[in-house]
Design a protein around this ligand. Structure first.
Ligand SMILES: Nc1ncnc2c1ncn2[C@@H]1O[C@H](COP(=O)(O)OP(=O)(O)O)[C@@H](O)[C@H]1O
Ligand SMILES: [Mg+2]
Length: 191
């Protein structure tokens, strides 16, 4: 595993669709064996980003948060790589990662690990690290907080709560990409 990135790039998105569009462009250039680590607080947009990756890869849609299922596999609808989507939030050690045996599928898939930092770097000599950051002091009444996934789009305190609503408030995110190892010597052109 390599400790210094070959390059870093920073993007800003104004909402979930822009995040997905950026990820879709990235998904279009990914190959079998690629390992992506997604970092960011709950609700930052890791799963949203993965949905865009899936669109760019051309895998079966329906990417959701795998929080209660450690690993979800999305087969490619064409001839491209499958997507292995992992949520390592509840995994505490490299040993537990080894138990789910991601190595078995890595060669035929793109492997995306939410909360993977510090846990999965040993799976490959190259990796792309993606960090999603909520804008500091972004919207009125939205201080940075460790909130759950259902929080995004929550009604203000004077309003009514629509938990599990599919309506989400678009907010700015800063998205940092960093490439490590031989596969990512060059930064991809995602503009
Ligand atoms: N710019 C943005 N990028 C990504 N998601 C955003 C953005 N603005 C608002 N959102 C919302 O934030 C939430 C992110 O949730 P999710 O992708 O599940 O986060 P995570 O997987 O990091 O916990 C979604 O409800 C999404 O619609
Ligand atoms: Mg998630």
């Amino acid at each position: 595993m390599t400790s210094a990135p070959a390059w870093e790039a920073e993007f800003r998105t104004a909402g979930a669709e822009e995040t997905q569009a950026l990820a879709e462009r990235l998904g279009g250039i990914l190959r079998r064996g690629d390992l992506l680590l997604l970092t960011g607080e709950l609700g930052a947009g890791k799963t949203t980003f993965t949905q865009g990756l899936g669109a760019g890869l051309g895998v079966r849609p329906g990417i959701i948060s795998p929080t209660f299922v450690l690993v979800r596999e999305h087969p490619n609808l064409g001839t491209g790589p499958d997507l292995i989507h992992v949520d390592a939030y509840r995994l505490g050690s490299e040993g537990e990662i080894d138990d789910i045996d991601l190595e078995a599928s890595m060669d035929r898939a793109v492997t995306v690990v939410e909360w993977g930092r510090g846990l999965v770097e040993h799976l490959s000599d190259s990796r792309l690290e993606i960090t999603l950051i909520r804008a500091v002091g972004g919207g009125p009444g939205t201080p940075s907080q460790a909130d759950g996934e259902a929080e995004a789009g929550a009604a203000p305190s004077t309003g009514f709560s629509t938990d599990f609503s599919t309506e989400d408030t678009d907010e700015e995110r800063t998205i940092r990409l960093a490439g490590y190892g031989p596969r990512w010597q060059q930064a991809p052109d995602l503009r």
